[in-house]
Design a protein around this ligand. Sequence first.
Ligand SMILES: Cc1ncc(COP(=O)(O)O)c(C=O)c1O
Length: 409
Amino acid sequence: MNKLKKLSGNPHLIKKDGKLLIGGIEASEILKNARTPLMIFFAKRVKNNINSFCRAFQSVFDNFQCFYSFKANYLPDICRIVLSEGVGAELIGLPELKLALKLQFPSEKIIVGGPYLPQELIEKCILENIKEIVVYDLNDVNLIDFIAKKHKKVQEICLRLNSQKFGSKLGIDLDEFELTLLKKIKNEYKNVKITTVLSHYSTQMNNFEQFKQNLINVLEKIKILVRAGVRIENINLGGGFPEAAIMPELQLIEIAKKIKLILTNFDIKFENIYFEPGRYFVGDAGIFIAKVIRVYKDRWIFLNIGNHICPKFAKASLRFYNITRINDPHKYKASIAGIVPTDQDVLAKNYFFTKKLEEGDFVMITNVGAYCLTFSNRFPYLLPEISLIEDGNITQIFDPLVHHDFSLN
Ligand SMILES: Cc1ncc(COP(=O)(O)O)c(C=O)c1O
């Protein structure tokens, strides 16, 4: 009988006739010569996620633009796939900017900015005709104007608004002091033009209420800006979507429609609406395969991976499968620890897993494509090998013994 079962809501993880297929390749084949921990990405999943996202928002907005947030996963091979789907790039600093330009993202599809805008970064943005520089602090505009003037250019600016969530310290509140500064910018700085506002609210936003809070905040701030004589052309609502396996396209369409309704009722004129998702594109496009290195008391197991490469900070929706015993029911609680020598290195507690637990069992962890590598740290273990499955072939894209590190420079 041809029994197919999708694991973790991921069409690239299929159980067929009792065998696990990873990106169409039998898991046993992948594991035959593999060193663990191993990370695998599915090119097709990245492409499909991008297409779902863009289709959903384009079906509701005719003025939608999309920029991939590189910080979610800045591996050059992943960013190359993103580029091939025609979306733009949202970047935080110079190493990412150099990568995006090397990959030939068009400059009119690149947005750069963050809480730290060193002079070298601003200079590069202006010289390369980057679409917008995102400013988290109005005091940064002075230097942008100065450098733009030097190069006889007018740089478009996006204001990162404070999302007003839990007293966030990121972004501009538009208090009286800032409004005074804004008037000065408007009247005196001739080489910058404020065109866009951005508000990114949170991560893993699963209910519309969070999207609504974000939008209301932006609209309130636009009202203040209009009163101060600043006309906004574009609204950027940031990212914050969960993994695509968790939020299907239909749900995205619902969110898009509700956003549109609020915008229509608010009766505000703007030209474009932007989003800058990271996790949605890549979160469920990556998995880890690790090994059980120890079975401890009370159904605790230790894996040869830990929070140094699968960090809590990534806020990923982790799912665990014992792929050595993939046909055994996963309904017996186990707790999973990592190899960082601290009791804090817990990957999951009381997680439904197989009854039998043995040293050497292979464990698959899903939804690790976003932020795990970004937030990984230099604990003195070997980094994982990374492979990419693309067009039915598996190719190693990072070998820690050869490449040593995947940091950007
Ligand atoms: C300004 C901004 N835009 C976009 C993103 C991407 O968010 P996500 O990966 O949750 O979609 C982030 C993430 O922190 C962000 O700070």
